[in-house]
Design a protein. Structure first.
Length: 145
């Protein structure tokens, strides 16, 4: 198992940095997010509060990640959708636009924390509500899937 994860990390890093013919290989990740923060302007000034992504058992899957085409599919408890991908030496960012025009950005970094086989990930949600903007950001990890 560790050999597979090591190979996946090397492959991901190689694909994200070099973008040659091997970039045609499609990848997938299972991501979990936990603590974060959310902002609101209810009082007229920005207020940042601690926030949690939700139930720790909720996962977001990204599959069919195709760095060359810049596409992927996101699967969550709310359904699935096609997303846009941007690859850099730092990792891959997946961008979802919801039916209401809100945006979510998930970056899966090519680095792993010490003693972990998972990649570091950050999700930022840019939500517009009837009462005003409600951005949030959550931190977690993604495992090859």
């Amino acid at each position: 198992m560790f050999r597979f994860l090591g190979l996946a990390a090397v492959t991901l890093s190689f694909i994200l940095v070099t973008q040659p013919a091997i970039a045609q290989k499609k990848l997938g990740f299972k991501c979990t997010f936990g603590p974060g923060s959310a902002a609101n302007w209810d009082t007229g000034k920005v207020k940042i509060d601690p926030a949690n992504f939700g139930d720790p058992s909720v996962t977001i899957h990204f599959d069919s990640i195709d760095p060359k085409a810049g596409t992927a599919r996101m699967i969550s408890n709310a359904g699935s959708s096609n997303v846009v991908t941007l690859s850099t030496g730092a990792g891959v960012t997946l961008i979802e636009q919801t039916g209401t025009g809100n945006l979510s950005f998930t970056t899966i970094f090519s680095q792993k924390p010490k003693r972990s086989s998972d990649f570091v990930a950050v999700m930022s949600r840019h939500i517009d509500t009837p009462t005003g903007p409600f951005p949030s950001q959550y931190y977690g990890t993604c495992a090859p899937w």
